[in-house]
Design a binder for this molecule. Structure first.
Ligand code: PLP
Length: 326
């Protein structure tokens, strides 16, 4: 298992008990894996993936990282930081237009010196390719990172994150994690499969896609990542747990369940969730606890993938204000 990795994340991230939250929900033993504290310009799960991606980019002598995401993408913010710290340029292809306020992640993207190209969701792939071609022509040695850094290399990072957890707390019964572009979920599932003595389950809370699609996406990425680890494994879509009951108003829409999760975590534990991913996954976990899915003796590990900087985006801070919760 020797795969090139450039180390810059603050690892291992701690696992902390959430005693007050467990008590308030009268539920299982809840713990949190603090991947919101990986350290790269406010951190998050993309930092782990980028350790492997940057290593590949450096090996290929890249001069410019190009990736894409939503206007408030955490992935793009961490990619811009990784580029800056390795002396590379960064081009971010974001959905929206230049009238977007410089708040939240977008403010940080700009501070980090990223060049921003605006597009629509339909034209995103074409816009990335266009930016790549232009950078290549200009001699900037571009390197394309897919949305969410969810390719085989990026997903592999989360198999290692699983092994890290096994060193800290091997008796976890459930891992609960947001699942969007799928690399995080896929890596954890791969790590679990490589650890047959582990008795727990990995439950992804889908952020934006129906269950069957998410299962297929994650199974495919996990299989690809297994090849990077050097031992092919097959994954059936049916063996992936991807709950899609909490899609709410769709990607990036912070509804009442997300707002409740944000204030509950903040006020019971002093812990900040992001409005897009971690609030939705936490809202799913809270609902499943209320429905009695977990026994009181079980240990549930909420994998905090970050995203709190988006709380400071105008769109989300306004949404929280208008809800009357703050
Ligand atoms: C990208 C992201 C996720 C989702 O991870 P994927 O690997 O894309 O499924 C979850 N939480 C946060 C905060 C993210 O930025």
């Amino acid at each position: 298992m020797s795969i090139a990795r450039t180390r810059f994340a603050n690892l291992p991230t701690p696992i902390e008990p959430l005693l007050r939250l467990s008590h308030q929900l009268n539920g299982p033993e809840i713990y949190v894996k603090r991947d919101d504290e990986t350290g790269l310009a406010f951190g998050g799960n993309k930092t782990r993936k980028l350790e492997f991606v940057i290593s590949d980019a450096l090996r290929k002598n890249a001069g410019t990282l190009i990736t894409a995401g939503a206007a408030q993408s955490n992935h793009c913010r961490q990619t811009a930081a990784a580029a800056a710290m390795h002396g590379m340029n960064c081009i971010l292809v974001l959905i929206g237009d230049s009238s977007q306020a410089s708040s939240g992640n977008l403010l940080v993207d700009r501070l980090l010196g990223a060049e921003i190209v605006w597009t629509t969701s339909e034209k995103r792939e074409a816009a990335m390719q266009k930016a790549f071609d232009a950078a290549q022509k200009a001699g900037q040695r571009p390197y394309l990172i897919p949305v969410g850094a969810s390719d085989a290399i990026g997903a592999t990072a989360y198999a290692f994150a699983f092994f890290e957890m096994m060193e800290q707390m091997p008796d976890v019964d459930w891992i609960i994690v947001p699942s969007a572009s799928g690399g995080t979920h896929a890596g954890l599932v791969l790590g679990a499969k490589r650890t047959p003595e582990w008795g727990g389950k990995v439950l992804g809370i889908s952020i934006s896609q129906a269950e069957a699609k998410q299962q297929q996406l994650v199974a495919g990425l996990a299989a690809q990542a297994s090849d990077v680890l050097g031992e092919h494994m097959d994954f059936l879509p049916q063996e992936i747990l991807a709950n899609a009951d909490y899609l709410g108003g769709g990607y990036g829409v912070m509804g009442d369940p997300e707002k409740e999760a944000i204030t509950l975590f903040a006020r019971s534990e002093g812990l900040l969730l992001g409005p897009v991913y971690t609030a939705r996954a936490a809202a799913g976990m809270i609902d499943l606890i209320r429905k009695g899915k977990f026994s009181k003796k079980e240990k549930v590990l909420f994998w905090h993938t970050g995203g709190a900087p988006a709380l400071f985006a105008d769109v989300y801070s306004k949404g929280l204000r208008e809800s009357g919760l703050i």
